[in-house]
Design a protein around this ligand. Structure first.
Ligand SMILES: [Zn+2]
Length: 313
């Protein structure tokens, strides 16, 4: 009798231990990242405890992305969905609804001080009925272009992974701390590179306003004919205004972006006789064999291109 009670107790202890040790999900943790930069952060924090599926792939444009049935399947199977928020992913709500996912949707810009974008060139038609005598002010979603903000994304990812998989928490926190150190080092390099550029030359042109947070954090001015989204074409008047500014020697270099058609930038370059300085990675990483397949490589690539084009080195 006693023996069988002991046996039963032992069994239940084993069962409880097994339940405690096994997380509520079937390992690895199934993570969906809305785009490549977030996927890279997630891999750095999660290591081999997670399996990441990315919705908007390399060189993809999240502003105008149309989800596929495969995306809905990935969302339905996910334990955690990591998103930027600030309306960066216009497709998100439709995809959440279509997939009926039960995953927690984690917004990584939580805790970021958002900045407002007031169009200088683009969105002239959006000015109607908004604000005081200028373009309509909207929240800039590209917070990831500041490395200081990237560290907040990483912290939020580690917290979300810990909440979903307590057994992995020490590993997530350790990975996040190691990766944050690497981000600190890159941020130092970016600041040093900007400091090496004469102040009067710290103005460059890109196709859309993806670098507001970079500008705010590191003090390089970006002008763009297209606003903070790529979902509308700039007007001829906006482009002409930008060309005039460039001709008055107000920009030191001009770049195409990996996510947008280079046609407009090539047109401005030819009208102003400024040579296109290269490709900046704005809203997506490159293909794995490209120059910006990780966030850190993206920052290195962008600052190298900017410095090279302005200083001619
Ligand atoms: Zn963008």
């Amino acid at each position: 009798m006693l023996k069988s009670i002991r046996a039963a107790l032992a069994m239940s202890v084993i069962t409880l231990t097994a339940m405690g040790a096994s997380p509520a999900f079937a390992a690895p943790l199934k993570v969906v990242a809305s785009f490549t930069i977030i996927a890279d952060f997630a891999k750095n924090v999660g290591g081999d405890r997670i399996d990441v599926t990315t919705i908007v792939g390399p060189d993809g444009d999240a502003h105008v992305y149309e989800p596929s049935p495969a995306d809905a399947v990935a969302m339905a199977k996910a334990d955690i969905v990591l998103v930027n928020g600030l309306h960066f992913e216009g497709f998100l709500q439709r995809l959440v609804d279509a997939s009926a996912t039960k995953a927690s949707i984690v917004t990584l810009t939580k805790g970021v001080t958002s900045i407002d974008f007031k169009p200088e060139f683009a969105d002239a038609d959006a000015a109607e009925g908004a604000g005081t005598g200028g373009g309509k002010t909207v929240t800039d979603p590209h917070a990831f272009q500041s490395i200081a903000n990237a560290k907040i994304y990483v912290k939020n990812i580690a917290e979300a992974f810990c909440a979903a998989d307590a057994d992995g928490c020490v590993s997530y926190q350790t990975n996040a701390a190691a990766y944050t150190k690497k981000l600190d080092a890159v941020e130092g390099e970016v600041k040093a590179a900007i400091a090496s550029i004469p102040e009067a030359k710290r103005v460059v042109i890109t196709s859309h306003d993806a670098f507001g947070y970079f500008e705010h954090e590191y003090g390089l001015t970006f002008l763009a004919p297209q606003g903070i989204s790529t979902d509308s074409e700039p007007s001829a008047a906006d482009v002409a205004k930008l060309v005039t500014q460039v001709k008055q020697d107000k920009a030191a270099a001009i770049f195409v972006e990996n996510i947008t058609n280079p046609r407009l930038i090539e047109q401005i370059a030819s009208e102003t006789s400024i040579k296109v300085g290269g490709t900046l990675y704005s809203d997506a990483l490159s293909q794995p064999d490209g120059p910006a397949s990780t966030y850190i490589d993206m920052m290195h690539n962008n600052i190298r291109q900017i410095k090279g084009a302005i200083l001619g080195s």
